[in-house]
Design a protein around this ligand. Structure first.
Ligand SMILES: NC(=O)c1ccc[n+]([C@@H]2O[C@H](COP(=O)([O-])OP(=O)(O)OC[C@H]3O[C@@H](n4cnc5c(N)ncnc54)[C@H](OP(=O)(O)O)[C@@H]3O)[C@@H](O)[C@H]2O)c1
Length: 339
């Protein structure tokens, strides 16, 4: 293993038992050691995601082998590389998707899950990229098969995932409709490229989708709500449309009229990123580098960072996420990182 001089210990954010945001406390842990195919990153920023909140509540345990420390994405500087790693060198700026361990001064990442910081963006902005970009790419394009000229409906349009999906859809040449829960959030969705944002508290999204598409419906729905949204999403789909489920903020259970699925030859699919293999995540990383990094570097897609918090204030970041006021992403900045 090649490495710069490193401390034996680091500061992390940890929690002893599940609970409210205040269970998140700074602690000290030994530095993690990268395996042969891994790198060690001195973390500059770590993205905060909804699944972190679920894990803190004890509802989303880390997969076997993943650290118990929260944090699914980081950006920083490579300070050690495993024996088999030839694509990264000491001193490289990278952002990375990780299965845990991001809320820490140092974090191990599989080399194939690292990407260069896209030209024109800071390390803190890059820290907000991996989780939503990997998720949206694999679900909207690989599973949902979105094509230029098609129409995409994004629920939770102002979320970290939603702000990414709207921009990817638009950059790929699709027409995007989005739902959000306030006029301010709807305006943000339209600024990011939605041709029509739907305030789901005031309007029936099924009716608006039908009106906006001349009765045809949309080709792909990206949904994180579930429950009674499922039959309504099916109503929104065009012939041969695809419903892609990535979460169920309301409920994992729904009643579905299968005759609709058969008559219009619909596909209902979905996926969850975290338990997928390193090889699969590495393949998504390669697709992102090929298709999405040019969008980021041309600023056709921009990271939407709502607020940056010092890492010691992780509890406050979780309170903001649970309040639902944010538009886009929340990021933790690690105090010891050099600018
Ligand atoms: N499958 C995967 O691989 C994967 C990966 C990452 C994240 N996710 C999931 O994707 C979702 C978004 O993640 P995130 O980190 O982007 O979270 P986030 O920024 O906190 O977004 C959650 C969004 O859901 C909306 N929402 C909440 N309750 C709703 C309801 N009952 N009806 C309609 N909209 C509702 C909120 O918007 P309003 O204020 O407009 O209601 C908010 O924009 C989470 O559920 C997360 O678990 C899945």
């Amino acid at each position: 293993m090649a490495a710069t001089t490193l401390p034996a210990e680091m500061t992390v954010i940890e929690f002893a038992a599940p609970g409210g945001p205040d269970v998140l406390r700074p602690g000290r842990r030994p530095l993690p050691v990268p395996g042969d195919d891994e790198v060690l990153i001195r973390v500059h920023g770590a993205g905060v995601n909804r699944p972190d909140v679920l894990q803190r509540l004890g509802k989303y345990p880390p997969p076997p082998g993943a650290p118990d420390i929260l944090g699914l994405e980081v950006a920083g500087v490579v300070v050690a590389v495993g024996r088999s790693v030839d694509r990264w060198r000491l001193g490289d700026d990278v952002c990375a998707l990780v299965a845990g361990g991001g809320y820490a001064e140092y974090c191990v990442a599989p080399a194939v899950q690292c990407l260069p910081v896209p030209r024109g963006w800071t390390l803190l902005e890059a820290a907000s990229i991996p989780e939503s970009h990997f998720t949206v790419w694999t679900n909207v394009f690989e599973r949902g098969g979105l094509r230029p000229g098609a129409t995409l409906l994004v629920h939770g349009g102002s979320s970290g995932i939603g702000t990414t999906a709207i921009q990817f859809g638009r950059a790929s040449g699709a027409t995007v409709l989005a739902t959000a829960g306030s006029a301010e959030k709807c305006a943000a969705c339209e600024r990011l490229g939605a041709s029509r944002a739907i305030n789901y508290r005031r309007e029936d999204f099924v009716q608006v989708v039908k009106d906006a598409t001349g009765g045809r419906g949309v080709d792909v729905v990206l949904d994180m709500v579930g429950g009674d949204y499922v039959p309504r999403n099916i109503e929104c789909l065009a012939v041969e449309g695809r419903l892609v489920q990535i979460a169920f903020l309301k409920s994992p259970k729904a009643e579905v009229d299968l005759s609709q699925v058969m008559r219009r030859r619909l596909i209902i699919t979905g996926s969850t990123l975290r338990p997928r293999s390193v090889t699969e995540k590495g393949a998504i990383a390669q697709s992102l580098r090929q298709h999405v990094w040019p969008w980021l570097e041309q600023k056709a897609v921009v990271p939407v960072v709502f607020q940056v918090f010092p890492m010691r204030d992780a509890a406050e970041a979780h309170r903001v996420m649970e309040s639902g006021v944010h538009i886009g992403k929340l990021v933790l900045q690690v105090a010891s990182a050099t600018p």
